[in-house]
Design a protein around this ligand. Sequence first.
Ligand SMILES: Cc1ncc(COP(=O)(O)O)c(C=O)c1O
Length: 368
Amino acid sequence: MRGDGINLRISGPTPLPDGVREALGRQMLSHRSAAFRALLQKVVEGLRPVYGARTSQVLPFTASGTGGLEAAIVNTVAPGARVLAVRGGHFGERFAEVAEHHGAEVIPFDVEWGRAVDPEDLRRRLREAAPVAAVLLTHNETSTGVLNPLPEIAAAVREESGALLLVDVVSSVGVTAIDMDELGVDVVVGVTQKGLMAPPGLALVAVSERALSASRTNGVRRYYFDFGRMAAAVAGGSTTYTPSIPCFFALEASLSMIAEEGLPQVFARHRDLAACCRDGLGRLGLRPFADPAHASPAISAFLVPEGLSAGELRRRLESEHGVYVAQGRARLKDRLLRVGHLGFVARPDIDHVIEAFASILAQGVAQP
Ligand SMILES: Cc1ncc(COP(=O)(O)O)c(C=O)c1O
Protein backbone atom coordinates (compact mmCIF):
# COMPACT_ATOMS: atom_id res chain seq x y z
CA MET A 1 0.00 0.00 0.00
CA ARG A 2 1.23 3.44 -0.92
CA GLY A 3 1.17 5.33 2.27
CA ASP A 4 1.02 4.89 6.00
CA GLY A 5 -1.73 2.26 6.02
CA ILE A 6 -3.99 4.34 3.81
CA ASN A 7 -4.85 3.38 0.26
CA LEU A 8 -5.79 6.85 -0.97
CA ARG A 9 -7.90 6.18 -4.03
CA ILE A 10 -9.70 9.50 -4.36
CA SER A 11 -9.09 11.56 -7.51
CA GLY A 12 -6.55 13.74 -5.72
CA PRO A 13 -4.57 14.64 -3.85
CA THR A 14 -2.85 11.37 -4.67
CA PRO A 15 -0.17 9.56 -2.64
CA LEU A 16 3.40 10.82 -2.86
CA PRO A 17 6.34 8.60 -3.79
CA ASP A 18 9.10 8.49 -1.16
CA GLY A 19 11.44 10.53 -3.38
CA VAL A 20 8.85 13.30 -3.54
CA ARG A 21 8.31 13.27 0.21
CA GLU A 22 12.06 13.55 0.73
CA ALA A 23 12.24 16.47 -1.70
CA LEU A 24 9.58 18.24 0.37
CA GLY A 25 11.92 18.21 3.36
CA ARG A 26 14.46 20.48 1.70
CA GLN A 27 15.38 23.84 3.17
CA MET A 28 13.79 26.94 1.61
CA LEU A 29 15.71 28.98 -0.89
CA SER A 30 15.26 32.43 -2.34
CA HIS A 31 12.87 32.52 -5.24
CA ARG A 32 15.07 35.25 -6.73
CA SER A 33 18.23 33.12 -6.65
CA ALA A 34 20.21 31.28 -9.31
CA ALA A 35 19.23 28.01 -7.61
CA PHE A 36 15.52 28.74 -8.04
CA ARG A 37 16.12 29.87 -11.61
CA ALA A 38 17.65 26.48 -12.37
CA LEU A 39 14.83 24.66 -10.56
CA LEU A 40 12.13 26.61 -12.39
CA GLN A 41 13.73 25.95 -15.73
CA LYS A 42 14.03 22.23 -15.00
CA VAL A 43 10.38 21.99 -13.97
CA VAL A 44 9.13 23.97 -16.97
CA GLU A 45 11.23 21.87 -19.35
CA GLY A 46 10.01 18.70 -17.62
CA LEU A 47 6.40 19.75 -18.14
CA ARG A 48 6.78 20.47 -21.87
CA PRO A 49 6.50 16.84 -23.04
CA VAL A 50 3.69 16.18 -20.57
CA TYR A 51 1.65 18.97 -22.18
CA GLY A 52 3.03 18.67 -25.70
CA ALA A 53 4.04 22.31 -25.26
CA ARG A 54 6.97 22.88 -27.59
CA THR A 55 6.24 26.52 -28.36
CA SER A 56 3.45 27.20 -25.87
CA GLN A 57 4.60 28.66 -22.58
CA VAL A 58 4.21 26.95 -19.21
CA LEU A 59 3.08 29.34 -16.47
CA PRO A 60 3.14 27.99 -12.91
CA PHE A 61 0.68 29.97 -10.78
CA THR A 62 0.57 29.20 -7.09
CA ALA A 63 -3.12 28.32 -6.83
CA SER A 64 -5.41 25.32 -6.95
CA GLY A 65 -6.89 24.11 -10.24
CA THR A 66 -9.89 26.41 -9.96
CA GLY A 67 -7.51 29.37 -9.80
CA GLY A 68 -6.04 28.14 -13.07
CA LEU A 69 -9.51 27.98 -14.64
CA GLU A 70 -10.15 31.55 -13.54
CA ALA A 71 -6.77 32.61 -14.98
CA ALA A 72 -7.74 31.03 -18.30
CA ILE A 73 -11.00 32.97 -18.43
CA VAL A 74 -9.82 36.38 -17.29
CA ASN A 75 -6.93 36.37 -19.75
CA THR A 76 -8.71 35.22 -22.86
CA VAL A 77 -12.43 36.00 -22.57
CA ALA A 78 -13.73 39.55 -22.55
CA PRO A 79 -16.94 40.34 -20.65
CA GLY A 80 -19.86 39.87 -23.02
CA ALA A 81 -17.88 37.52 -25.29
CA ARG A 82 -19.69 34.34 -26.25
CA VAL A 83 -18.23 31.06 -25.04
CA LEU A 84 -19.45 27.55 -25.69
CA ALA A 85 -19.08 25.56 -22.48
CA VAL A 86 -19.12 21.77 -22.52
CA ARG A 87 -21.05 20.66 -19.44
CA GLY A 88 -20.87 16.91 -19.02
CA GLY A 89 -20.37 16.81 -15.27
CA HIS A 90 -19.61 18.80 -12.16
CA PHE A 91 -16.29 20.22 -13.36
CA GLY A 92 -17.63 21.23 -16.77
CA GLU A 93 -20.33 23.11 -14.88
CA ARG A 94 -17.69 24.79 -12.72
CA PHE A 95 -15.70 26.02 -15.74
CA ALA A 96 -18.91 27.44 -17.22
CA GLU A 97 -19.73 29.10 -13.90
CA VAL A 98 -16.31 30.79 -13.76
CA ALA A 99 -16.88 32.21 -17.25
CA GLU A 100 -20.38 33.34 -16.32
CA HIS A 101 -19.06 34.95 -13.15
CA HIS A 102 -16.69 37.05 -15.26
CA GLY A 103 -19.44 38.26 -17.53
CA ALA A 104 -19.13 35.95 -20.53
CA GLU A 105 -22.21 35.01 -22.51
CA VAL A 106 -22.16 31.28 -21.81
CA ILE A 107 -23.81 29.00 -24.36
CA PRO A 108 -24.10 25.64 -22.62
CA PHE A 109 -23.29 22.52 -24.59
CA ASP A 110 -24.83 19.91 -22.35
CA VAL A 111 -23.65 16.33 -22.56
CA GLU A 112 -25.43 13.59 -20.64
CA TRP A 113 -23.40 12.77 -17.52
CA GLY A 114 -21.44 9.58 -18.19
CA ARG A 115 -21.19 10.24 -21.94
CA ALA A 116 -18.42 11.91 -23.90
CA VAL A 117 -18.68 14.88 -26.25
CA ASP A 118 -19.77 13.81 -29.74
CA PRO A 119 -17.49 15.87 -32.03
CA GLU A 120 -20.17 16.01 -34.75
CA ASP A 121 -22.67 17.49 -32.28
CA LEU A 122 -20.03 19.97 -31.26
CA ARG A 123 -19.49 20.99 -34.88
CA ARG A 124 -23.22 21.65 -35.23
CA ARG A 125 -23.38 23.67 -32.03
CA LEU A 126 -20.38 25.74 -33.06
CA ARG A 127 -22.03 26.62 -36.36
CA GLU A 128 -25.34 27.48 -34.68
CA ALA A 129 -23.71 29.59 -31.97
CA ALA A 130 -21.23 31.44 -34.22
CA PRO A 131 -19.34 33.61 -33.56
CA VAL A 132 -17.85 31.91 -30.51
CA ALA A 133 -14.81 33.46 -28.83
CA ALA A 134 -13.81 30.41 -26.80
CA VAL A 135 -14.75 26.79 -26.17
CA LEU A 136 -14.41 25.46 -22.62
CA LEU A 137 -13.76 21.76 -22.22
CA THR A 138 -13.02 19.41 -19.34
CA HIS A 139 -10.67 16.80 -20.82
CA ASN A 140 -11.21 14.22 -18.10
CA GLU A 141 -14.52 14.76 -16.30
CA THR A 142 -13.54 13.62 -12.82
CA SER A 143 -17.13 13.55 -11.58
CA THR A 144 -18.25 10.92 -14.07
CA GLY A 145 -15.07 9.08 -15.11
CA VAL A 146 -15.26 10.12 -18.76
CA LEU A 147 -12.25 11.03 -20.92
CA ASN A 148 -13.35 13.31 -23.74
CA PRO A 149 -11.74 12.75 -27.16
CA LEU A 150 -9.47 15.79 -27.26
CA PRO A 151 -7.98 15.32 -30.76
CA GLU A 152 -11.41 15.10 -32.44
CA ILE A 153 -12.77 17.96 -30.33
CA ALA A 154 -9.79 20.19 -31.11
CA ALA A 155 -10.14 19.44 -34.82
CA ALA A 156 -13.84 20.37 -34.68
CA VAL A 157 -13.09 23.66 -32.93
CA ARG A 158 -10.28 24.54 -35.37
CA GLU A 159 -12.26 23.64 -38.48
CA GLU A 160 -15.64 25.12 -37.52
CA SER A 161 -14.62 28.32 -35.74
CA GLY A 162 -11.92 30.77 -34.86
CA ALA A 163 -12.57 30.15 -31.16
CA LEU A 164 -9.83 29.72 -28.61
CA LEU A 165 -9.88 26.26 -27.02
CA LEU A 166 -9.45 26.29 -23.23
CA VAL A 167 -9.05 22.85 -21.68
CA ASP A 168 -9.19 21.75 -18.06
CA VAL A 169 -6.63 18.92 -17.84
CA VAL A 170 -6.64 18.89 -14.05
CA SER A 171 -7.24 15.14 -13.82
CA SER A 172 -5.68 14.06 -17.13
CA VAL A 173 -2.23 15.66 -16.93
CA GLY A 174 0.38 12.96 -16.45
CA VAL A 175 -2.27 10.30 -17.05
CA THR A 176 -2.80 10.49 -20.79
CA ALA A 177 -1.28 12.34 -23.76
CA ILE A 178 -2.02 16.04 -24.19
CA ASP A 179 -0.43 17.28 -27.42
CA MET A 180 -1.49 20.88 -27.04
CA ASP A 181 0.65 22.42 -29.78
CA GLU A 182 -0.05 19.71 -32.30
CA LEU A 183 -3.81 19.88 -31.63
CA GLY A 184 -3.93 23.67 -31.57
CA VAL A 185 -5.16 23.94 -27.98
CA ASP A 186 -4.76 27.47 -26.60
CA VAL A 187 -4.84 27.07 -22.83
CA VAL A 188 -4.49 23.96 -20.71
CA VAL A 189 -4.93 24.05 -16.96
CA GLY A 190 -3.36 21.27 -14.91
CA VAL A 191 -2.37 20.80 -11.28
CA THR A 192 0.36 19.21 -9.23
CA GLN A 193 -1.75 17.02 -6.94
CA LYS A 194 -3.16 14.33 -9.19
CA GLY A 195 -1.38 12.52 -12.01
CA LEU A 196 1.85 14.41 -11.34
CA MET A 197 2.31 12.84 -7.86
CA ALA A 198 3.08 16.10 -6.04
CA PRO A 199 1.17 17.97 -3.32
CA PRO A 200 -1.50 20.56 -4.09
CA GLY A 201 -0.14 24.06 -4.66
CA LEU A 202 0.42 24.91 -8.30
CA ALA A 203 -1.96 25.52 -11.18
CA LEU A 204 0.20 24.58 -14.15
CA VAL A 205 -1.18 26.63 -17.00
CA ALA A 206 0.23 26.36 -20.52
CA VAL A 207 -0.65 29.00 -23.09
CA SER A 208 -0.34 29.34 -26.84
CA GLU A 209 0.82 32.49 -28.62
CA ARG A 210 -2.85 33.11 -29.53
CA ALA A 211 -3.83 32.98 -25.87
CA LEU A 212 -1.03 35.36 -24.92
CA SER A 213 -2.12 37.71 -27.63
CA ALA A 214 -5.75 37.53 -26.44
CA SER A 215 -4.60 38.40 -22.94
CA ARG A 216 -2.89 41.53 -24.27
CA THR A 217 -6.00 42.74 -26.06
CA ASN A 218 -9.08 41.51 -24.18
CA GLY A 219 -9.31 44.63 -22.04
CA VAL A 220 -9.80 42.83 -18.71
CA ARG A 221 -7.95 44.23 -15.69
CA ARG A 222 -5.96 41.53 -13.92
CA TYR A 223 -3.31 41.60 -11.25
CA TYR A 224 -2.20 38.22 -9.92
CA PHE A 225 -3.33 36.01 -12.78
CA ASP A 226 -1.90 37.97 -15.69
CA PHE A 227 -0.45 35.67 -18.38
CA GLY A 228 1.84 38.29 -19.88
CA ARG A 229 3.52 39.25 -16.64
CA MET A 230 3.94 35.63 -15.57
CA ALA A 231 5.39 34.72 -18.98
CA ALA A 232 7.90 37.56 -18.67
CA ALA A 233 8.82 36.50 -15.14
CA VAL A 234 9.32 32.86 -16.16
CA ALA A 235 11.45 33.95 -19.12
CA GLY A 236 13.58 35.85 -16.61
CA GLY A 237 13.93 32.81 -14.34
CA SER A 238 11.36 33.62 -11.68
CA THR A 239 7.65 33.87 -10.97
CA THR A 240 5.64 37.04 -10.47
CA TYR A 241 5.17 36.49 -6.73
CA THR A 242 6.39 34.08 -4.05
CA PRO A 243 5.72 30.61 -5.44
CA SER A 244 5.02 27.40 -3.56
CA ILE A 245 8.70 26.46 -3.48
CA PRO A 246 8.05 23.03 -1.88
CA CYS A 247 5.82 22.19 -4.85
CA PHE A 248 8.71 22.95 -7.18
CA PHE A 249 10.99 20.64 -5.14
CA ALA A 250 8.30 17.97 -5.35
CA LEU A 251 7.68 18.41 -9.07
CA GLU A 252 11.37 18.27 -9.84
CA ALA A 253 11.45 14.84 -8.19
CA SER A 254 8.17 13.53 -9.62
CA LEU A 255 8.86 14.72 -13.17
CA SER A 256 12.19 12.95 -13.15
CA MET A 257 10.44 9.74 -12.01
CA ILE A 258 7.93 10.14 -14.83
CA ALA A 259 10.73 10.72 -17.35
CA GLU A 260 12.56 7.67 -16.06
CA GLU A 261 9.51 5.44 -16.39
CA GLY A 262 8.83 6.98 -19.82
CA LEU A 263 5.64 8.85 -20.72
CA PRO A 264 4.24 6.10 -22.98
CA GLN A 265 4.78 3.59 -20.15
CA VAL A 266 3.14 5.92 -17.63
CA PHE A 267 0.09 6.28 -19.88
CA ALA A 268 -0.05 2.52 -20.50
CA ARG A 269 0.15 1.83 -16.76
CA HIS A 270 -2.85 4.09 -16.20
CA ARG A 271 -4.84 2.41 -18.97
CA ASP A 272 -4.03 -1.07 -17.61
CA LEU A 273 -4.87 -0.22 -14.03
CA ALA A 274 -8.13 1.44 -15.08
CA ALA A 275 -9.13 -1.72 -16.98
CA CYS A 276 -8.11 -3.90 -14.05
CA CYS A 277 -10.18 -1.79 -11.65
CA ARG A 278 -13.29 -1.89 -13.85
CA ASP A 279 -12.95 -5.63 -14.53
CA GLY A 280 -12.42 -6.48 -10.88
CA LEU A 281 -15.25 -4.36 -9.51
CA GLY A 282 -17.47 -5.29 -12.46
CA ARG A 283 -17.09 -8.94 -11.49
CA LEU A 284 -18.47 -8.01 -8.07
CA GLY A 285 -21.59 -6.59 -9.68
CA LEU A 286 -20.63 -2.91 -9.66
CA ARG A 287 -21.64 -1.35 -12.96
CA PRO A 288 -19.27 1.28 -14.43
CA PHE A 289 -21.09 4.58 -14.96
CA ALA A 290 -19.14 5.94 -17.93
CA ASP A 291 -19.61 4.98 -21.56
CA PRO A 292 -16.99 2.19 -21.91
CA ALA A 293 -15.74 3.68 -25.18
CA HIS A 294 -14.66 6.80 -23.26
CA ALA A 295 -13.84 5.38 -19.84
CA SER A 296 -11.23 7.41 -18.01
CA PRO A 297 -7.72 6.12 -17.35
CA ALA A 298 -7.64 8.32 -14.22
CA ILE A 299 -10.78 7.49 -12.29
CA SER A 300 -13.62 4.98 -12.54
CA ALA A 301 -17.13 5.73 -11.35
CA PHE A 302 -19.40 2.84 -10.37
CA LEU A 303 -23.13 2.76 -9.75
CA VAL A 304 -23.78 1.51 -6.26
CA PRO A 305 -26.02 -1.57 -6.46
CA GLU A 306 -29.71 -0.85 -5.95
CA GLY A 307 -30.64 -0.81 -2.28
CA LEU A 308 -27.10 -0.13 -0.98
CA SER A 309 -25.91 3.10 0.57
CA ALA A 310 -22.93 4.73 -1.17
CA GLY A 311 -22.03 6.61 2.01
CA GLU A 312 -22.10 3.47 4.15
CA LEU A 313 -20.04 1.50 1.66
CA ARG A 314 -17.46 4.32 1.49
CA ARG A 315 -17.24 4.62 5.27
CA ARG A 316 -16.72 0.88 5.70
CA LEU A 317 -14.02 0.81 3.02
CA GLU A 318 -12.23 3.48 5.06
CA SER A 319 -12.70 2.11 8.55
CA GLU A 320 -12.30 -1.60 7.83
CA HIS A 321 -9.75 -1.57 5.01
CA GLY A 322 -8.05 1.85 4.90
CA VAL A 323 -9.34 2.33 1.35
CA TYR A 324 -10.40 5.92 0.62
CA VAL A 325 -12.62 6.36 -2.43
CA ALA A 326 -14.84 9.28 -3.41
CA GLN A 327 -18.62 9.48 -3.66
CA GLY A 328 -20.36 11.01 -6.66
CA ARG A 329 -20.53 14.78 -7.02
CA ALA A 330 -23.65 16.92 -6.89
CA ARG A 331 -26.76 15.00 -7.96
CA LEU A 332 -24.81 11.72 -8.20
CA LYS A 333 -23.54 11.88 -4.60
CA ASP A 334 -25.56 8.92 -3.37
CA ARG A 335 -25.50 6.91 -6.58
CA LEU A 336 -21.80 6.65 -7.39
CA LEU A 337 -18.54 5.63 -5.86
CA ARG A 338 -15.42 6.79 -7.69
CA VAL A 339 -12.08 5.02 -7.50
CA GLY A 340 -8.97 6.98 -8.45
CA HIS A 341 -6.17 5.09 -10.22
CA LEU A 342 -3.89 7.96 -11.11
CA GLY A 343 -0.45 9.14 -10.17
CA PHE A 344 1.66 6.96 -7.87
CA VAL A 345 -0.35 3.76 -8.20
CA ALA A 346 0.43 0.15 -9.02
CA ARG A 347 -1.38 -3.15 -9.35
CA PRO A 348 -1.32 -4.10 -5.62
CA ASP A 349 -3.17 -0.87 -4.77
CA ILE A 350 -5.99 -1.78 -7.14
CA ASP A 351 -6.06 -5.42 -6.04
CA HIS A 352 -6.44 -4.19 -2.47
CA VAL A 353 -9.41 -2.01 -3.47
CA ILE A 354 -11.09 -4.95 -5.18
CA GLU A 355 -10.48 -7.24 -2.17
CA ALA A 356 -11.90 -4.60 0.17
CA PHE A 357 -15.07 -4.21 -1.91
CA ALA A 358 -15.40 -8.00 -2.19
CA SER A 359 -15.13 -8.48 1.55
CA ILE A 360 -17.73 -5.81 2.40
CA LEU A 361 -20.20 -6.81 -0.30
CA ALA A 362 -19.98 -10.45 0.84
CA GLN A 363 -21.00 -9.36 4.35
CA GLY A 364 -23.82 -7.09 3.13
CA VAL A 365 -24.21 -3.34 3.43
CA ALA A 366 -26.92 -1.38 5.21
CA GLN A 367 -29.82 -0.06 3.12
CA PRO A 368 -29.79 3.69 2.43
C1 LIG B 1 -11.46 18.17 -13.71
C2 LIG B 1 -11.26 19.06 -12.52
N1 LIG B 1 -11.28 20.38 -12.69
C3 LIG B 1 -11.10 21.22 -11.65
C4 LIG B 1 -10.91 20.74 -10.37
C5 LIG B 1 -10.73 21.71 -9.26
O1 LIG B 1 -9.41 21.67 -8.79
P1 LIG B 1 -9.01 22.35 -7.38
O2 LIG B 1 -9.77 21.61 -6.33
O3 LIG B 1 -7.52 22.10 -7.33
O4 LIG B 1 -9.36 23.78 -7.46
C6 LIG B 1 -10.91 19.37 -10.14
C7 LIG B 1 -10.72 18.84 -8.80
O5 LIG B 1 -10.83 17.67 -8.54
C8 LIG B 1 -11.08 18.51 -11.25
O6 LIG B 1 -11.07 17.18 -11.09
